[in-house]
Design a binder for this molecule. Sequence first.
Ligand code: UDP
Length: 327
Amino acid sequence: MDKVLVTGGAGYIGSHACKALRAAGFEPVTYDNLITGWEDAVQFGPFERGDLLDRARLDQVFATHAPVAVMHFAALSQVGESMQKPGLYWQNNVEGSRNLIEAAVDAGCRNFVFSSTCATYGDQDGVVLDEDSVQLPINAYGASKRAIEDMLRDFGAAYGLRHVIFRYFNVAGGDPDGEIGEFHRPETHLIPLMLDAIDGKRDALTIFGTDYDTPDGTCIRDYVHVCDLVDAHVLGLKWLIDGRESRVFNLGTGSGFSVREVIEHSRAVTNKAVPYTEGPRRPGDCTKLVSGSTRAEAELGWTPTRSTLDQMIADAWRWHQTGHYDK
Ligand code: UDP
């Protein structure tokens, strides 16, 4: 069985990717430092604990497993934190990715699937982003991901490292079987925070900014179901294994929901009130991020099947109620 090295495989998206890889006939090898990940989520293949900044450990893991490809999710990903501690993001995300990319090249592994972000586009209100949209990140998180994209292009030109880059935003939902789901330490994301507020595990949700130039004054985001998202990653992996060229794909639904709309849908799906207050804007937040996925659908044959907002909230709510969150 071909192995795929999955960095961040103990995290929310990475663990769902491992499950999808296993179902597609690959053996996912998780590489994770467990700072934000969770060992219980590593259920679908071997686990190698390690840090991206530890080049010797990376070399050892490549030598042990000889993966056919890397799927790179491990990253710090909080927009607000990235504005307060940019050095952390440049060190962990950019420097860590350089280690990983060099280790892959030195080990002769030339297929690389990278989890990037629509945050690389910055604040382009009114535009449905496509892959050729200009990338003007407004926070250090987006800037660090754009730098890694540039690095992949340079290493592609120099060493033939072929890569598929996925840019997406706001992943939600969870495994329909309930084996894994969304969790972050600390939790900063809208939907899990809201579900916690609904059942009293946390204080009321704070809406970050109600004076944006949107119909209801709150930020608009494009939410994609995690299972649809990782399906695209498996298709991207097969694209590379089939010998296709390096390519960038946006993954989105093309429709955006405001924070207030997400609250409304959550109230309807859970049939419970959402306690919330209104607060100031969070530094680094874009007004509106909506991404089409025409290219992924046309070229990869990607067909999202679970990415309605209600389905995502329902899946997240089911996972939430299992109590895994409370561990
Ligand atoms: N948000 C919010 N309150 C929170 C967390 C998030 O109002 O406690 C908003 C945030 O400003 C953004 C949207 O919800 O507009 C999604 O934020 P999240 O942190 O989930 O993802 P991001 O867009 O930062 O990747």
